[in-house]
Design a binder for this molecule. Structure first.
Ligand SMILES: [Zn+2]
Length: 140
């Protein structure tokens, strides 16, 4: 029986369900980035990234490893370079994930300044539209 272990490769960002492979075990459109080496090497950086992605090192099956674990959705377009003709994208040095579900401020649209309907709307206007004539020139 084919065991689909690959499906286990999921984005490690809290709340993100993007997988490297889709249900049919095909490569998904998600790009996954490694946690940069300089982050892995520095405790403080590591902790910072853990805090950023709301995942704890060594918990919930997540470990800070050099494997690709964070999907591209958490980076800005300007944070990475897309390699043309390749599935390999590279992070710019020094960037960190900054786009998260929970950071999306629910965009509140400012209330529309609706002009109050003027009560003195002339009734005459209602008559401007020509009545729809029932006889359209369809003779079948
Ligand atoms: Zn993700």
């Amino acid at each position: 029986m084919a065991q689909s272990r690959r499906r286990g490769q999921m984005c490690c960002v809290y709340g993100c369900v993007n997988c490297r492979y889709d249900k049919e075990n095909a490569l998904s459109d998600n790009h996954f980035f490694n946690i940069p080496k300089h982050v892995l090497e520095k405790r403080k950086q590591k902790q910072r990234w853990c805090a950023l992605i709301k995942s704890q090192d060594g918990l919930d099956g997540f470990n800070m490893t050099p494997r690709p674990v964070i999907c591209h959705e958490h980076f800005l377009e300007s944070d990475f370079k897309k390699a043309l003709g390749s599935k390999r994208w590279t992070l710019e040095p020094g960037v960190e994930p900054s786009v998260f579900n929970w950071s999306k401020v629910s965009e509140r649209k400012p209330p529309k300044n609706r002009l109050p309907l003027s009560p003195s709307k002339d009734q005459a206007n209602l008559m401007v539209d020509a009545p729809v004539s029932p006889d359209n020139h369809q003779s079948l």
